[in-house]
Design a protein around this ligand. Structure first.
Ligand SMILES: Nc1nc2c(ncn2[C@@H]2O[C@H](COP(=O)(O)OP(=O)(O)OP(=O)(O)O)[C@@H](O)[C@H]2O)c(=O)[nH]1
Ligand SMILES: [Mg+2]
Length: 284
């Protein structure tokens, strides 16, 4: 079954409000970032969070993307065994690439880790590409839409962020691209939120715009290495609760990643390979 059909079905479902339950059942923990996915590079960091609760973290049916280890491994080869071509950054949408490749966009507040995530997805595959993709401590570093193509497979699109030091063209460039790019081209928009900072008013405003658009989008919690697991759990539950209340069109599954440690990256690679039609996932 195609993922959008699955997502459409799941939109109709309502999850339980776990946030309040969690406050009562949270195990005391001081587990640190370095303990994510130890010895299991292909696992979902969410599995680590499950250990902190005595009740289910999320409903089983909301975990809709469950590839096997073999399927995840296959996806790594697509990212790490192919040449990546960075295109020239653009601001005007009439300069968008004409090539008919599936696209995946990364959006979020400035400094949330968009460029780092794209870099991490391609890491170790092509050092020449890695050094062209720059990141910075200073918010507002990426100023244009940057397409990174794996020829004949897909493009990942890094973008400027909203919030601090947002470029003046943000609405007519990044935002307009996400809201108007035909869904036949833009297969998925990853909306990034910082596990350390939690969801901000700017995030809520942008997520509400996505909800009111035709864009297919899903939520990604970044920088999970930066804070204790209990902090990530609270950020996850708050985001999941917001999703249940306000974001019925978002994919019900939230991804957790650390671009620094690589936790969650193989799973995200396999999801991208799947939504762009580059691998098959059994049962989907
Ligand atoms: N600890 C940690 N730091 C991260 C992670 N991802 C990004 N960072 C740091 O966060 C800062 C911002 O990262 P970028 O990838 O440039 O963020 P961005 O969203 O592209 O920012 P703009 O281009 O300014 O919109 C940099 O100092 C990164 O090193 C992560 O997973 N863990
Ligand atoms: Mg950037």
């Amino acid at each position: 079954m195609h993922i959008f059909t699955l997502a459409a079905l799941l939109r109709l479902q309502r999850g339980v409000r776990l946030h309040h339950i969690c406050q009562r059942h949270l195990h005391a923990t001081h587990a640190t970032s370095s303990e994510w996915c130890v010895g299991q590079p292909f696992s979902n960091p969410l599995d680590e969070l499950k250990k902190l609760l005595q009740v289910p973290l999320i409903k089983d049916e909301n975990l809709i993307f469950k590839p096997t280890q073999t399927e995840i491994r296959k996806a790594q080869n697509i990212f790490q065994g192919n040449r990546v071509e960075p295109l020239k950054g653009i601001v005007n949408l009439d300069q968008l690439p004409a090539r008919d490749l599936p696209e995946i966009a990364f959006i979020g507040q400035s400094n949330v880790g968009k460029s780092s995530l794209v870099k991490s997805l391609f890491r170790s595959l092509n050092p020449k590409t890695n050094h062209r993709l720059t990141v910075s401590k200073k918010a507002g570093h990426t100023r244009t839409l940057r397409f990174y193509e794996i020829p004949r497979k897909f493009s990942l699109v890094d973008m400027p962020g909203y919030g601090e030091n947002m470029p003046e063209h943000f609405v007519r460039s990044a935002e307009a691209y996400i809201m108007t790019r035909q869904t036949s081209r833009l297969k998925m928009t990853f909306s990034l939120l910082d596990a350390h900072r939690g969801m901000t008013e700017n995030d809520q405003e942008f997520l509400d715009k996505l909800q009111n658009s035709n864009a297919s989008f899903c939520l990604v919690l970044t920088k999970i290495d930066k804070v204790p697991h209990s902090h990530v759990l609270r950020a996850f539950l708050a985001l999941n609760e917001y999703r249940e209340k306000h974001l019925s069109t978002a994919l019900p599954q939230i991804f957790l990643v650390s671009s620094l440690s690589g936790a969650g990256i193989p799973l995200l690679r396999s999801f991208i390979a799947y939504v762009t039609g580059n691998i098959r996932i059994s049962g989907h």
